[in-house]
Write a protein that binds this ligand. Structure first.
Ligand SMILES: [Mn+2]
Length: 511
């Protein structure tokens, strides 16, 4: 039976029910041992999923929303999507706009926000569901946890929905419900008008700068991702494939009751920017690039990339390029503080990479001119990073509305077109800084690029760096009142520290 789990001691977990007594959460367990004897017990939940301040924080968030918009707002959570039969669903992820105000990853739920008040709409699970899922928390219990002012069954939503603004959810079934209940087509965010455009602007302004509660969650996500990367480094000397390292890294995330915040990249072909294949055998001369982040049970994300040598020791060509990418990474973070334009941080990375490539003899010319002609983008074709929050690439369901300051649009320049964030930095913003160097065949073999940059690339020199296919170093950087706090600072970036981590298992087995 897939609905009963076997515990490590051989006992069968018959039922697990999450309950709340005063401010503490417990799990009620019904266990059956090998002889068939059933025992019942209560244990504190090992991971505190819901903080004691959640309902206060949610109240503050909706009060701030009410200061920005008067129209009532309805936000839907979305619903699980089935695979081959109704109960076999893809992992459910609630809409992030819903999560921001409702706090909990509820499925098939909606909230109405008006004048600082929250009304919850969801149905209690039918009695027969307890056979498969155990007792589920009731609507009233959930309403109390999130500090809802009122709670109704979903059927009440239709009568309370007039003139409400909303944001389209990602799953098409719920989107159809939204349109049906509101009796109009919900526009795509970029085409939203009037109250819906106001709602989008209001939500962006709130979600762009994190409060204490979200920072707590984001730090938990960062810390677990740090542990995952350390475990991946330690496992590499004995792992045979990318998949083995990925398994170790994601295992750490799963063991912390978290999920991955996006599809992990764990590859010896870092030049494939969003590589999602894991079958390659690790070869001693390879660099392994791992872009792996965690998501907390309440939906907050982290996003880290490190690159290390499979053998535990970087070659001299790998060191040269790695240290160049690291210099760009460090200089960018050192320049960040409120008021600084993120685009300028991107251009700073471009300039440092261009300068470094001139020093290494790969590019020729004046670095500023090389950046002006986008020659750096031959090797650093993406943007320096993005905003991070409830999603990696936070709020990109709104297109560029969150990433780009009002009135700004994407550049059509090769070296700027993939910039996902173009705003002045503000306290409370969390952004990634992720410079890289890649030898992407689709770029370097492109006849028009080869022609355009014929004079500035020394192809023979570049051939000496053939063992550097892709390097990226990515950290999560919070903008504070005076500068920055790197949430992922406990994961080293220097070659010496990374080599020590990769070799740590070998060294410990020698003792
Ligand atoms: Mn990223």
């Amino acid at each position: 039976m897939r609905h009963h789990r076997l515990l490590p001691n051989g006992a069968l977990l018959k039922q697990a029910q999450i309950i709340k007594k005063a401010d503490d959460w417990y799990i009620n367990l019904r266990l059956q041992d090998n002889s068939g004897k059933v025992s019942v017990g209560t244990s504190p939940m090992q991971t505190t999923i819901v903080s004691q301040t959640l309902s206060t924080t949610l109240q503050q968030r909706r009060k701030r929303l009410a200061e920005l918009i008067e129209t009532p707002v309805i936000l839907w959570s979305g619903e699980p999507i089935s695979r081959n039969f109704p109960d076999n669903t893809f992992p459910f992820r609630a809409s992030s706009h819903f999560l921001y105000f409702a706090g909990l990853p509820l499925a098939n739920a909606a909230i109405k926000l008006e004048a600082g008040k929250l009304e919850l709409f969801m149905d209690d699970a039918p009695p027969e569901a307890s056979l498969w899922q155990g007792e589920m928390p009731k609507r009233a219990e959930i309403a109390a946890t999130i500090g809802a002012d009122k709670a109704y069954p979903l059927s009440e939503l239709a009568s309370k929905i007039t003139n409400a603004a909303t944001i389209a959810v990602q799953d098409s079934k719920t989107y159809q419900q939204q349109c049906q209940l509101l009796q109009r087509n919900i526009p795509f965010p970029q085409q939203a008008k009037e109250s819906e455009a106001d709602l989008i602007r209001a939500i962006i302004s709130l979600r762009l700068c994190h409060d204490k509660e979200s920072l707590n969650e984001l730090k938990k996500a960062a810390n677990v991702a740090i542990e995952a990367h350390k475990a991946g480094m330690r496992a590499t000397l004995t792992a045979k494939t990318e998949a083995e390292v990925r398994g170790i890294m994601e295992g750490v995330i799963i063991a912390h009751n978290m999920t991955t915040a996006y599809n992990s990249i764990v590859t010896v072909h870092g030049e494939v920017l969003h590589n999602e294949q894991y079958h390659h055998v690790l070869q001693p001369g390879d660099l392994l690039l791992a872009d792996v982040g965690a998501e907390t049970p309440l939906g907050w994300a982290s996003d880290i990339t490190r690159t290390w040598a499979v053998s535990g020791k970087f070659s001299s060509s790998q060191r040269d390029i790695y240290n160049l990418v690291l210099a760009a990474h460090d200089a960018c973070i050192a320049s960040m503080r409120p008021g600084v334009e993120y685009r300028d941080i991107h251009l700073l990375a471009a300039k440092i990479i261009a300068e470094g490539l001139v020093d290494l003899g790969i590019l020729t010319g004046n670095p500023a001119d090389l950046v002006e002609m986008d020659a750096h983008a031959l090797f650093f074709p993406h943007g320096i990073g993005h905003i991070l929050g409830l999603d990696v690439h936070d709020m990109e369901d709104l297109g560029d509305l969150a990433g780009y300051e009002s009135g700004r649009t994407r550049s059509d320049r090769f070296g700027l077109g993939y910039l996902r964030l173009n705003r002045p930095l503000r306290p409370g913003m969390l952004v990634t800084i992720e410079p890289g160097f890649y030898q992407v065949p689709a770029i370097l073999n492109n006849p028009s690029f080869r022609d355009k940059y014929r004079e500035v690339v020394n192809w023979e020199k570049l051939a000496q760096f053939a063992d550097v296919r892709g390097i990226r170093i990515e950290d999560d950087v919070l903008i504070t009142e005076t500068g920055t706090e790197i949430l992922t600072a406990n994961l080293p970036t220097s070659i010496a520290d990374i080599e020590t981590l990769v070799n740590s298992e070998r060294n410990s087995s020698l003792i």
